[in-house]
Design a protein. Structure first.
Lengths: 213, 313
């Protein structure tokens, strides 16, 4: 039974990848890093529920196997299908955002880093529905950088998904999506939280296409 | 095996012959390089030749499958071209539905009309119906910001990527004094004279080109263009046996198609320059996107279609 579930998860994962490629011709632009298996935290802009599957789809197989997206438990445990896709296909680290739950999300994230996994996180915390390039970053990225300073923090820009699948629309538009990976950053000695988050946000914004800046 | 199929096989094998020669030349040049030295020009050349292998195989296979194969191939090319074009055009959330209609209604319908051979309809469907109806869909969402720019660029995308591209398979609908499926060969004729003309234009432009046609846009030169068009006419003459044009007619048609195509790629270069991109996408290794590869065929197709219809059908 476990084997069957794993097999089904692989099939679903491949289908998502093929679908993403066929519709948006999604491709990776490795500007600041090489596509090699190193432990990294990919921190990306968040405009659509398609962001995470896009990043996941452009990673080469060896990297895809070791990457774990950090995602909201309330979204991915809503129904049985999502509870299969989130934890089993994407191997998500699920964190609970509700304030009344003592979930300690950072402990789960650090535990995932300590098993050697790479992570995909969206430091804006929520989907960006504004015309601004990015929302202010939450502290999580800083805390990871302080707790595990050897891990590369890689800015990752997902282009065009606002036009492909805006919130509230049902039909996705088949426009070309590019995922750009920038140069890794680290928390520097004595750097304050706000300074670091500003620097991280600037590094990510620098990857946005010209017409968005 | 009927004579059309035989001719298609012959053309495909002939193209493979040219490609074998081109691959051979590249490999010889590579073998003569000093070890450890990398010539980027040669790498580009070899990547392009590899992409050409794929393209000849696809077009040859489509032609052998007949009407349905050619329709499917160009419908897919339209989809890829429209995707590249609309990725770069002005749009807002208010256009979401009209853009979805462009992809999932206008494009398939255009090919359905061509499949049924309704030439009165496919000639006006995009220039009239899509032109009038899609802006209405956009306007209903009530966003006036850059409205004219948005609807005009969407219409341009449809005209170039769907209307013009679809006139290549539309050639199969032309009937010459009951010659059956021989109009299939017109597709091969158009694609070959235009693409080989482009290739030779590039080659001669590199060799003897001096006077730039539009210095701000592209490295194309008048010398290269002249040699390219003359080469296309000679190739047209060589291929006249697959057309109803006769030798002189085939030279004339090839020359017009090639000339329009070359100026067309200048137009496409202007759009790219304006949007600050080098290529439309990355889907064809060494060539860029579908629009980069097809730009000259796109411009030549409707004119070639109407001239053929007017003079020969």
């Amino acid at each position: 039974m476990k084997f069957l579930r794993q097999f089904a998860a692989r099939i679903v994962g491949q289908s998502i990848r093929v679908f993403a490629r066929a519709i948006t011709a999604v491709r990776a632009d490795w500007q600041g890093i090489e596509p090699v298996p190193r432990q990294r935290v990919y921190f990306a802009n968040h405009t659509s529920n398609g962001d995470m599957p896009m990043i996941w789809s452009v990673l080469p197989p060896a990297m895809r196997r070791t990457v774990r997206p950090v995602a909201a438990a309330d979204y991915w445990l809503k129904n049985k299908l999502r509870a299969f896709v989130g934890p089993e296909v994407f191997n998500c680290v699920l964190v609970d955002r509700r304030p009344e739950v003592q979930d300690k999300p950072m402990d789960k994230i650090i535990a995932a880093l300590d098993e050697g996994s790479s992570l995909i996180i969206f430091p804006e915390g929520n989907r960006n529905m504004t015309d601004d390039l990015l929302l202010p970053f939450k502290a999580g990225l800083f805390n990871m950088g302080v707790a595990r300073p050897q891990v590369d923090l890689v800015p990752t820009w997902v282009a065009n998904l606002t036009a492909i699948m805006p919130k509230g629309e049902i039909i996705p538009l088949p426009l070309i999506c590019t995922v750009t990976f920038g140069e890794p950053i680290h928390v520097q000695q004595g750097e304050s939280k706000d300074d670091f988050l500003k620097r991280a946000s600037d590094a990510l914004a620098a990857l946005a296409p010209e017409d968005r800046k | 095996m009927n004579s059309t199929t035989e001719d298609i096989l012959l053309l495909t094998l002939g193209s493979f012959g040219i490609l074998i020669a081109m691959t051979f030349v590249g490999e010889v040049l590579r073998a003569r390089e000093e070890p450890g030295f990398n010539n980027p020009m040669l790498d580009t050349y070899m990547t392009r030749v590899q992409s050409w292998w794929g393209m000849v195989a696809f077009i040859g296979l489509a032609l052998l499958l007949g009407r349905f194969g050619v329709m499917t191939l160009f419908a897919f090319a339209s989809f890829a071209a429209l995707r590249e074009f609309l990725t770069l055009t002005a749009k807002a959330r208010a256009d979401h539905l009209s853009l979805a209609l462009a992809f999932f209604a206008v494009l398939p319908l255009q090919y359905v009309f061509i499949g049924f051979g309704w030439d009165g309809l496919y000639a006006i469907f995009i220039p009239v119906y899509a032109f009038l109806l899609l802006p209405i869909v956009s306007a209903l969402r009530g966003n006036a910001n850059r409205f004219l720019m948005r609807v005009a660029e969407t219409q341009w995308a449809l005209m170039i990527s769907v209307f013009c591209v679809s006139h290549v398979p539309a050639l199969m609908n032309l009937d010459f004094y009951g010659n059956g499926d021989r109009s299939l060969l017109l597709v091969a004729f158009l694609v070959m004279v235009v693409q080989l003309g482009d290739l030779l234009e590039y080659f001669f432009g590199r060799r003897i080109g001096k006077t730039r046609i539009a210095p701000g846009l592209s490295p194309k030169t008048w010398e290269g263009l002249g040699c390219g068009v003359i080469s296309a006419m000679l190739i047209g003459a060589l291929l006249s046996w697959i057309t109803p044009f006769g030798v002189a007619g085939a030279m004339g048609m090839a020359g017009v198609a090639s000339l329009v195509g070359m100026f067309g790629s200048l137009v496409v270069a202007a759009i790219k320059r304006d949007r600050g991109v080098k290529d439309w996408s990355h889907l064809i290794p060494g060539q860029g996107g579908f629009v980069d590869q097809l730009d000259s065929v796109i411009f030549a197709a409707p004119i070639f279609y109407h001239l053929t219809k007017f003079f020969y059908a």
